[in-house]
Design a protein around this ligand. Sequence first.
Ligand SMILES: [Zn+2]
Length: 298
Amino acid sequence: MNKKKRYLLILSLMLTVCCTLPVNAAARFKKVPADMRGAVKVSSAAIREKKAGRSRALQKLRFGEKIRILGQSEKWYEIKKGSVKGYMKKSDVVMYNKEKKHIALTFDDGPGLKTTPKVLNALKKNKCRATFFLVGSSINSSTGNLLKREAKLGCETGNHSYSHPLLTGLGSAAVRSQFSRTNKNIKKYTGRTATVCRTPYGSSNGSVLGAAGCPHILWSVDTLDWKYRNTGRLISYVNSNARDGAIVLMHDIHMSTANAVDSICKNLKKKGYEMVTVTELAAIKGKTMRAGRTYYSF
Ligand SMILES: [Zn+2]
């Protein structure tokens, strides 16, 4: 290559880089496939005129309302609702495939220092989300990072009391303290409090639920993973009992359960499921969740 040719080559390379950079920066909204939909996953949200939290609200939406998603950037969706076109914050919306079935995997009694990382690795590998019902007394400086990882993966944090007692044997003040102490620990590591709760042993009554003051999430698929501690049994149990809208109960403090999560995710994906959090499942199914009420599936 002579000197002139080399000069021209370098010049054309520089021009290519300089001209494509602004174009890519401008085209920040990536197109979303036509079978994807959005559902509002917070109690109230707004369609904004511009991609800014303070821009004019074109329309207010309630939990569970559906929208068409046209495009996405890092923090915003470009959306359509009836004749209204605008923008919504990604954190207010769950995007899902309307052709798929949806299920919520839930894990109780964690965080577990050795077992929970394995569950999180499997969820990440399979691009799945789950809900973790945490025991407040297990949250400390060594397990705190696991809560951060859960949140980063888009998983939901649930409150499973502070010391896992039978709450029906406690007075209202003690029940309130069980949930508030756990929320304090959750907030310390995630910056947020739990969105849902689950009583230990699923044991509750009106006064417990009144004192807990959160949507009470039980389950429709009881794997009994804590009793059998058998990875193969758990994988086939979830595989044959999964249903659209189901909530699956497992425990992320057992290695036999942690070892099953990769296969569970793979099998469910093969069967046409998307694995979402409890709140996302309720939103996708267009249901509401109220504090003090118990939900088994959506
Ligand atoms: Zn438990």
